[in-house]
Design a protein around this ligand. Structure first.
Ligand SMILES: [Zn+2]
Ligand SMILES: [Zn+2]
Length: 171
């Protein structure tokens, strides 16, 4: 076993991939199955659409911003709805499916995945979602609390192997 290949190693690759991101944050995602990269993506526009940020100028006039309100809060945030999230782009390229028998896929994301991306990752057979920067999404947290795939403290070691969890990585 090559001990130089660890969570930091894959996360550094995710950070590099995120440098191509064209929306408001450098979000990148790498999918790893049996020590092989089986998918990668960054946050960007649908093919043929304008990008939010032109890499040359670093101006960002093109975001399509909407206001969102979080559960139990009166505060609104603005979010950009133009782009396909990094995790979804990575999942679209990924032809492998993780499973109990074929081994689960690990995801390395520069930001903690949102609710929709979390479900997409779980759906293709990701169980460990490593992230560099925390991202607040109360709906995601509620989903993970309720989700029967989530890791619970009382689980046996055998069940734990197949449970979904977010894991913070520090570089
Ligand atoms: Zn944008
Ligand atoms: Zn997302």
């Amino acid at each position: 076993m090559n001990t130089r290949i660890d969570a930091q190693y894959w996360m550094r690759i995710a950070v590099e991939i995120a440098k191509a991101a064209t929306c408001r944050a450098d979000v990148g995602c790498v999918l790893v199955h049996k020590n092989i990269i089986v998918g990668h993506g960054y946050v960007g526009s649908v093919h043929g659409d304008d990008h939010c940020i032109e890499p040359e100028s670093d101006l960002d006039p093109n975001h399509v911003l909407v206001k969102v309100t979080h559960r139990g809060s009166t505060k609104t945030n603005t979010t950009c709805i133009r782009t396909v999230h990094a995790e979804v782009n990575a999942a679209l390229k990924c032809t492998v499916r993780g499973s109990e028998h074929a081994e689960w896929i690990d995801a390395y994301c520069t930001y903690q995945p949102c609710l929709d991306c979390t479900k997409v990752l779980l759906q293709i057979g990701v169980r460990k979602m490593y992230y560099l920067n925390a991202y607040k999404d109360e709906w995601r947290d509620l989903y993970m609390e309720e989700c029967q795939l989530s890791m619970h403290p009382h689980m046996t070691d055998e069940k734990r192997k197949h449970a979904a969890a977010f894991i913070k990585v520090t570089l």
